[in-house]
Ligand binder design. Structure first.
Ligand SMILES: [Zn+2]
Ligand SMILES: [Zn+2]
Length: 243
């Protein structure tokens, strides 16, 4: 069984404090966070407004209680509009009949090219095309890292990568790239497209993500070129991990 696609990035900041950010908030967020033992949330970066990437947002309220701070979220304007409409009880809490236990969030708007410096990490928004829907991928790097998976890029739900974005994917240590299924799809890369794009990007290691259940892990994984592999639920990548 595969849960919906999302990721957590954990690091130690320059003051020695543990930090974790999430990329998207899947409907399986609660289960994923418990399973991974994630104890805090220093922010969420959204790629786009589809339900499989946003319907876990309600669950972060527990982090508010533990941390006693609002949680920052970053997304582009059309994604923020969607979140504010769907989560009206969070973003327009004054209309709630009872002021009950809900997430406390601080929104930040980003556009392609926006760089967010967060506790020693640099997170750059990149334009991706998900069929006709323009969405974001993220490039993440840190100063002075040597033996680490950085710079890395998270490119989920993509059918076409614009040239300007490709230029920002040139020197990656780790690439996460959409690979939905074998048959072509209007809004996602299929196996052939994904391998071709990954080759052109040329990251040291590529992990494919967002696979549909038609992709049988062992079967497809065995056919992939060196340095490329299918990711799996619970995959953890540290400095020395490679496909
Ligand atoms: Zn999508
Ligand atoms: Zn998706």
């Amino acid at each position: 069984m595969r849960l919906r696609t999302s990721a957590a990035v954990s690091w130690i900041d320059p003051e020695g404090k543990d930090r974790t950010i999430l990329i998207d908030a899947s409907p399986d967020l609660r289960q994923q966070v418990l399973r991974a033992g994630i104890r805090r949330c220093d922010g969420i970066f959204f790629t786009h407004n589809h339900v499989d990437h946003t319907f876990g947002l309600d669950e972060v309220r527990r982090f508010n209680v533990v941390q006693r701070t609002p949680i920052d979220i970053w997304a582009e304007p059309h994604t923020l509009e969607h979140l504010e409409r769907v989560y009206r009880h969070i973003f327009a809490r004054e209309h709630n009949v009872n002021d009950s236990f809900i997430a406390e969030l601080q929104t930040h708007s980003v556009d392609p090219g926006t760089v967010v410096d967060l506790h020693g990490l640099r997170i750059e928004s990149l334009r991706m095309n998900h069929g006709n829907l323009p969405i974001l991928g993220y490039r993440i790097e840190a100063e002075g890292e040597s033996d680490s998976p950085l710079p890395l890029a998270w490119c989920t739900d993509v059918s076409e990568i614009p040239d300007a974005t490709k230029a920002r994917l040139a020197d990656l240590e780790t690439l996460f790239l959409d690979m939905l299924r074998e048959k072509p799809h209007k809004t996602h890369l299929n196996i052939g497209d994904a391998v071709r794009e990954a080759r052109a990007i040329g990251a040291s290691r590529t992990w494919f993500i967002h696979m549909a259940h038609q992709i049988r892990h062992a079967e497809v994984d065995a056919t992939l070129p060196d340095g490329m592999a299918l990711a799996w639920d619970g995959l953890t990548i540290e400095g020395s991990t490679s496909p």
